[in-house]
Design a protein around this ligand. Structure first.
Ligand SMILES: [Zn+2]
Ligand SMILES: [Zn+2]
Ligand SMILES: [Zn+2]
Length: 209
């Protein structure tokens, strides 16, 4: 496969909650920092090429802050869909990649964002729910338990021992042997449907020699 000449980038504007998806020429991105603005003018995604990495400043719809994220340049240029996520909510906040996968991932994030409460109303002491969607989370956890009970979860390091951490809208599986991690989204019905199709969960840890 040859290098793509353009990349699609997307995020959801924290102010107006529109999806912002643009196609950018790789050479112009590399030449100068790009400021990708929401049509409402209140947020922008900044993309900057550093010597070995690409640095992005992403407005986050889930927590309302900006996230500083980066990835190796080759990943930015080649991956079908790279996802950057919000550390405090576990939701994705930005995608980079090919047109189809980026549009699909963004559509899915829109569904999750629809479940976010109005941030303004949460400030007057109303208790924040522990999960974005408790029903989906419960189902995802029970599905993970089922897969584990069948012996379907393992790590490429050869270990079958793992532990997990439950986040706001995802579950992180961790190999207790090598520390490899895998994030399972638990935000929408599609996330659950994806997980239900799986018979095994494979953590990508150290390859066994
Ligand atoms: Zn906007
Ligand atoms: Zn965030
Ligand atoms: Zn492992």
């Amino acid at each position: 496969m040859t290098l793509e000449k353009t990349r699609f980038l997307s995020y959801i504007c924290p102010h107006c909650r529109q999806s912002v998806i643009v196609e950018k020429d790789v050479f112009s991105l590399a030449a100068a920092p790009a400021h990708i603005k929401c049509p409402c003018g209140k947020s922008e995604l900044v993309v900057e090429f550093l010597p070995q990495r690409v640095h992005l400043t992403v407005p986050c719809v889930a927590c309302g802050r900006e996230h500083q994220v980066s990835c190796p340049t080759h990943a930015f240029l080649r991956e079908k869909a790279l996802a950057f996520s919000c550390a405090s909510s576990g939701l994705d906040c930005c995608y980079v990649g090919e047109e189809g996968p980026v549009y699909a991932a963004t559509a899915r994030l829109e569904q999750a964002v629809d479940k976010l409460g109005d941030p303004a109303s949460e400030e007057d002491g109303a208790e924040k729910a522990p999960f974005l969607d408790p029903v989906v989370m419960e189902e995802v956890l029970s599905e993970i338990r089922d897969i584990a009970a069948r012996g379907g979860s393992s790590c490429t390091c050869g270990s079958k021992n793992w532990t997990f951490q439950v986040n706001y809208s995802s579950v992180d599986l961790m190999c207790t042997h090598c520390g490899a991690q895998m994030r399972i989204p638990a935000a929408t019905a599609d996330d659950l449907a994806d997980l239900c199709c799986k018979t095994t969960l494979l953590l990508r840890g150290k390859e066994r020699e």
